[in-house]
Ligand binder design. Structure first.
Ligand SMILES: CCCCCCC[C@@H](O)CC(=O)SCCNC(=O)CCNC(=O)[C@H](O)C(C)(C)COP(=O)(O)OP(=O)(O)OC[C@H]1O[C@@H](n2cnc3c(N)ncnc32)[C@H](O)[C@@H]1OP(=O)(O)O
Length: 902
């Protein structure tokens, strides 16, 4: 392929004095472009100015024989100056790279409105103004290329970056909208979410990850997106360390409900698994626009008249104080009526008329109070009044909204700002105001309203799309920050006829989509019966679906200098989303990229042994493979006490054939060293003295597969001294090699007697599953269920064949050396035996956790005691009958929704 050139093309790059922007400038110029190097020369936090950074880059370009000019204007204060520099110096502008950015991180609790606004201004308002000014040139010449810089933090949210996440996701929606508006003028607009070494990432990423990232790995994609031959518009791409992959929205096939009175929160909960599944055959799709709601409505109307209500009744909202903004009419009114029906005390906020809805609720026997304040101008008054009156608030539904639609060229700054203020700024302010209350209560729910325009972009709605995407970015970060305080944050994209949408919906649509088809979901999201956080749902017309990010399998370039030509040549892999993986967090994104690049390295060197990865870097994930079939499943099932008459566990021909679900621990356990380099963590490590201390297991795929080819990534989570002993905690993510979906997630704790940590008490990874770190103590009452379980004298001898060949369980000499009279049973075997009984009795679980508090000898009888705790939790203990000691304590399973028999 001939070199992609930029002769006679004028490229404007903001924030090009260093990092990514500088690299783009150098690479564009080296291929013939005339470059405007814009840089204010401020600090990372946005303070100060200096011409030096931009001048140095221009000097570099000129020395190499290229053409460039410096510009020092502020993108917010003088965007025209930047574009005019291009026009005056080179007579045109063809490519605009919106790259300038600042950081102003802080936990949401401490983030000020000024901090929020400052980051929004530079990233979003600056890009809006600059792009709008460039747009008229692009439109006139019928040519333009725009690249917006988003970030994984924008796509998935990130702790301490509520402002940045909001701004960055808003830039994605702006790109999607402009791609739609620019289509007929040959203006192509894309967004990238780079993970690169820069001043910004240096402040937040560890050194070992930073080493693999360089701006030179990102620039080739930006060049391709800026080129005549760019094969995409409206695309979003993740890029780092030589990895290039498109990221797309994936919408679940969802569920349909007959939109009548039986369309209730309970009916939705009943179908929750169906609604949220992305499994093969579930009709999920990769849309770029809102769902065909007319067809959805038709299908919903053909559903059985009575929507099944399931077994769970929503009771948790009784007497809860629920604030709904913009509740005087439309969606807000409908939400208010629904919450009142479920026993909530509803605060009907509307700056025009909250009284009519309050009256309506009261007449129907509900509780409601009016709040007539403007969400933008006086949000404090709204919250203060509630606090004074009720001393608490449990649920905030940010619903108020306006539209100021206009084609991008004609959109005024005022129209942009008005929409931003009502949707994004007011949402930020109200979330800020309830946050300290929620923290104090250790409970709270926020439901934010985005829009399909925010998800997919929409013609004539640059302001609305950007603000609504900003709301989603903000919500994702709040969900992350709220997690450990029991604050749940979810986002809905409703499709409904309201006074706001009256101008844009047809008459027919206005009849078909009453707001009442949205509210049952809002009530369910606020309930603790569902209790989820951080998710996005599209809803309307009797249909609900979940929407998430999925990343293409992508391509990795191992050359030290990747090129745009390489990316173009491999475009089908870059965009191969069918074979991609869903990504839900910034950490997951960076780990997946780094492991993709690592796997590629291994394949390149024709070394199939995945175990052997980066041994000298113990903080990184190690990777191991586990291939299994029905034989392994049966062997495991026998190892945890299955008998020949339990056909579903021992006969592959049984139509219900399945592993005992604790099988999820096996793929990680097959590694001799548990995926850990213990010698590098502990002084005086002696494998003989290692005991399995605790185990957490999450089943991501139910039913479990009966064969497969799995890969497990292992990494240390923490190491801690416990007196003279050490405790090492490790995490294990097991992924299906083919579908790339996570199948199991485990956390194991290993108690090493007589060893001490080399690094003191240290946490390598902060984020852990809540269930894994929770304590589960049984109540003082008698157990709700008890059972005696056998272990056989041969138990350990059989169990070990599933992969844990530790001699402690078979070799008397080794056992003596470890201070035991005889070989002891594998901890995970006693766990599996206990779990089998639980599953056979109560149904399958999706999370389980236990502590091995005493040893078990093969042949002992076990007594399982179980206490029910609420609808889905079973706390249990296992005893050795002979010695009357607890061998498994601090243990529980969380039963999988809709699959249990409580
Ligand atoms: C990488 C490796 C890959 C290889 C994997 C191979 C693994 C398998 O083959 C190995 C196995 O299956 S071994 C068999 C299963 N495990 C056992 O039988 C262990 C039984 N437990 C015990 O003996 C004790 O609890 C014992 C000895 C663990 C602790 O007893 P004590 O010292 O008496 O503890 P105590 O004084 O009560 O508490 C001290 C601190 O330690 C914490 N703790 C106690 N038990 C723990 C446990 N099981 N897991 C984690 N932490 C535990 C206590 O909380 C306490 O902490 P703190 O001082 O902070 O309060």
């Amino acid at each position: 392929m001939s070199q992609l050139r930029f002769d006679n093309k004028v490229v404007v790059i903001t924030g090009a004095g260093g990092g990514l922007g500088k690299e783009y400038a150098l690479q564009f110029a080296s291929r013939g472009a005339k470059v405007v190097v814009n840089d204010l020369g401020g600090t990372l936090g946005g303070a100060g100015t200096s011409s030096r950074a931009a001048d140095l880059v221009v000097a570099n370009i000129k020395e190499a024989g290229g053409e460039a000019v410096a510009n020092y204007d502020n993108v917010v204060l003088n965007p025209e100056g930047i574009i005019d520099t291009a026009i005056k110096s080179f007579g045109a502008i063809h490519v605009l790279v919106n790259n300038a950015g600042i950081l102003n991180d802080s936990s949401f609790k401490k983030m000020t409105e000024e901090q929020f606004q400052q980051v929004i201004d530079v990233h979003l308002t600056g890009a809006f103004k600059l792009t709008k000014y460039a747009w008229k040139f692009f439109k006139q010449q019928k040519y333009g290329r725009i690249i917006n810089t988003a970030s994984p933090a924008g796509l998935y949210g990130n702790f301490g970056q509520a402002n940045y996440s909001a701004a960055k996701l808003a830039l994605v929606a702006l790109a999607e909208t402009l791609a739609k508006e620019g289509q007929k003028y040959n203006i192509k607009v894309n967004a990238i979410a780079p993970l690169a070494r820069s001043r910004m990432t240096e402040a937040i990423l560890p050194e070992d990850i930073l080493e693999k990232l360089g701006p030179d790995k990102v620039a080739p994609l930006v060049l391709l997106l800026g080129h005549d031959m760019v094969p995409s518009t409206g695309g979003i791409f993740e890029v780092a360390a030589g990895f290039y992959g498109q990221i797309t929205w994936q919408r679940s096939g969802g569920s349909y409900f007959n939109p009548n009175d039986s369309y209730t929160p309970e009916a939705i909960l009943h179908k929750w698994n169906e609604l949220t599944t992305f499994e093969k055959g579930s009709q999920s799709s990769y849309p770029r626009e809102l769902k065909d709601y007319e067809s959805a409505f038709k299908k919903a109307s053909r559903m059985p008249i009575e929507n099944s209500q399931g077994k769970v009744t929503i009771n948790s909202l009784k007497e809860k104080v629920v604030l709904i903004t913009g509740a005087g009419s439309g969606l807000g009114r409908s939400h208010a009526l629904w919450f009142a029906r479920y026993g909530a005390i509803v605060i009907v906020n509307d700056f025009k008329d909250p009284f009519t809805v309050v009256q309506e609720i009261k007449e129907a026997g509900g509780k409601a109070y009016p709040s007539k304040h403007d969400v933008v101008k006086e949000p404090e008054k709204i919250i203060n009044e509630i606090c004074e009156k009720f001393g608490r608030i449990h649920v905030l539904v940010n619903n108020a909204g306006i539209l100021r639609d206009r084609s991008f060229l004609k959109m005024s700054e005022q129209e942009w700002n008005q929409v931003y203020q009502v949707h994004l700024l007011a949402t930020f302010k109200l979330c800020k105001l309830v946050w300290p209350i929620f923290l104090k209560q250790n409970a709270g729910v926020i439901i934010n309203t985005t829009s399909t325009s925010g998800i997919y972009g929409n013609f004539g709605q640059a302001n609305y799309a950007a603000s609504k995407a900003g709301v989603l970015g903000l919500s994702r970060t709040l969900a992350i920050e709220g997690k450990k305080h029991n604050i749940h944050v979810n986002t809905i994209a409703p499709h409904a006829a309201t006074s706001m949408t009256k101008t844009i919906m047809s008459e027919k649509e206005l009849d078909l989509f009453p707001p009442s088809q949205v509210s049952p979901l809002v009530v369910l999201l606020a309930s603790s019966e569902l209790g989820i956080s951080g998710e996005l749902f599209e809803v309307g017309g009797g249909w609900i679906g979940k929407t998430r990010w999925k990343r293409a399998s992508g391509i990795v370039c191992n050359d030290s200098k990747p090129s745009p030509e390489f990316i173009l040549k491999n475009w089908s892999a870059v965009t191969d989303v069918q074979n991609g993986i869903p990504i839900s967090s910034t950490q997951e994104s960076s780990m997946a990229i780094l492991s993709a690049t690592r796997n590629e390295d291994e394949e390149e060197s024709e070394d199939d042994n995945l175990d052997d990865v980066d041994d000298d870097d113990e903080k990184e994930a190690k990777v191991s493979s586990y291939k299994f079939n029905h034989r392994d499943v049966i062997l495991y099932n026998l190892g945890v006490g299955s008998h020949a008459n339990e056909s579903r566990y021992v006969y592959e021909g049984d139509e219900d054939f399945q592993p005992v679900p604790s099988f999820g621990v096996i793929p990680f356990m097959v590694q001799d060293d548990g995926g850990l380099n213990m010698e590098s963590l502990l002084n005086n490590f002696n494998p003989m003295m290692l005991l399995h201390g605790e185990q957490y297991l999450k089943l991501n795929k139910i039913p479990l597969p009966t064969s497969g080819d799995l890969v497990t990534k292992s990494y240390p989570i923490a190491v801690e001294n416990k007196g003279k002993n050490a405790l090492v905690v490790a995490g294990y993510e097991t992924i299906d090699k083919v579908t790339k979906e996570t199948v199991f997630y485990n956390e194991g704790s290993f108690f090493v007697r007589g060893s001490q940590s080399m690094v003191g008490n240290k946490v390598f990874r902060q984020s852990r599953s809540k269930f894994a770190t929770q304590s589960f103590n049984p109540p003082s009452r008698r157990p709700d269920f008890e059972s005696i379980l056998d272990t056989s004298f041969d138990q350990a001898a059989i169990y070990r064949l599933s992969g844990d060949f530790n001699p402690l369980h078979i070799d008397p000499g080794f056992a003596k050396g470890a201070n035991f009279d005889k070989p002891i049973l594998h901890g995970l075997c006693s766990f599996g035996i206990s779990v089998k009984k639980l599953v056979d009795t109560f149904g399958i679980f999706d999370e389980a956790k236990c502590r091995f508090s005493n040893v078990v000898y093969p042949g002992e009888k076990l007594r399982l005691k179980v206490w029910k705790d609420g609808n889905e939790l079973l706390v249990f203990q296992t005893f050795s009958v002979e010695r009357n000691v607890v061998v498994i304590s601090n243990a529980a399973v969380k039963l999988a929704k809709d699959k249990f028999k409580l």
